[in-house]
Write a protein that binds this ligand. Structure first.
Ligand SMILES: CC(C)(COP(=O)(O)OP(=O)(O)OC[C@H]1O[C@@H](n2cnc3c(N)ncnc32)[C@H](O)[C@@H]1OP(=O)(O)O)[C@@H](O)C(=O)NCCC(=O)NCCS
Length: 180
């Protein structure tokens, strides 16, 4: 059990339903006002569960490892996915934090920071020299967590949040980076 009362372990396909629940609740709470509501509505628990079952059950196109934070009663409090190498860079030596989500009732307890610290420790142990991630512009809560862990903007921007329904306006994201 970590300092913040959660246990960190690798995700398995059996976690797909719980991962989907956390993923959707964190999108709804965290992205309201930042992301087109149609995009939030399109990301249903059923769709996310199918995605997670696929991602965890089959070899992904990139090596992506997901670590989950499990609370004392067994509930999934959050997760962090790491892609090695980063999916959007033509750089075999830079890793990527592909996802960091915590169940909204558990925000502010240090779970997100603990997941991120464990991911960075793991990458350091594997001798990855740098890590990037994308954050939606205006997502101040997430940026504070990343900046505390050493991430800074590297100047890159994009509009991309996966597959969007037709007519949906995608938000700007900026890339953050930390050298390990
Ligand atoms: C961003 C996110 C992952 C952060 O998770 P979290 O578990 O709330 O993060 P932490 O608890 O580690 O840090 C949040 C705040 O709690 C504070 N905190 C951390 N540990 C604490 C503790 N033990 N006691 C009290 N406060 C604490 C932190 O200092 C931080 O304060 P700040 O917002 O003033 O900087 C979460 O809010 C989330 O899922 N958001 C929606 C999805 C999202 O934006 N993901 C990132 C995509 S790029």
């Amino acid at each position: 059990m970590s300092r913040v009362g959660v246990e960190l372990r690798g995700a398995t396909v059996a976690d797909a339903p719980a991962l989907a629940g956390v993923h959707v609740r964190a999108w709804r709470e965290g992205y309201a006002g930042l992301v087109d509501p149609a995009l939030i509505a399109a990301a249903t628990v059923a769709r996310r569960e199918r995605q997670w079952a696929r991602w965890l059950g089959t070899a992904p196109p990139w090596p992506i490892v997901t670590v989950v934070a499990v609370a004392a009663g067994g509930a999934l409090a959050g997760f962090c996915s790491v892609a090695t190498p980063a999916r959007d860079l033509d750089d075999p030596r830079t890793a990527e934090i592909a996802a960091l989500y915590v169940d909204p009732p558990r925000w502010g307890e240090g779970v997100g920071s603990a997941l991120l610290a464990a991911a960075l420790d793991g990458l350091r142990a594997e001798r990855w020299p740098a890590v990037t991630l994308w954050v939606i512009e205006g997502n101040a809560r997430a940026e504070r967590v990343y900046v505390r862990a050493g991430f800074r903007p590297d100047g890159a921007r994009r509009r991309d949040l996966g597959v969007a329904p037709p007519g949906v306006e995608l938000p700007w994201q900026r890339r953050l980076r930390v050298d390990l």
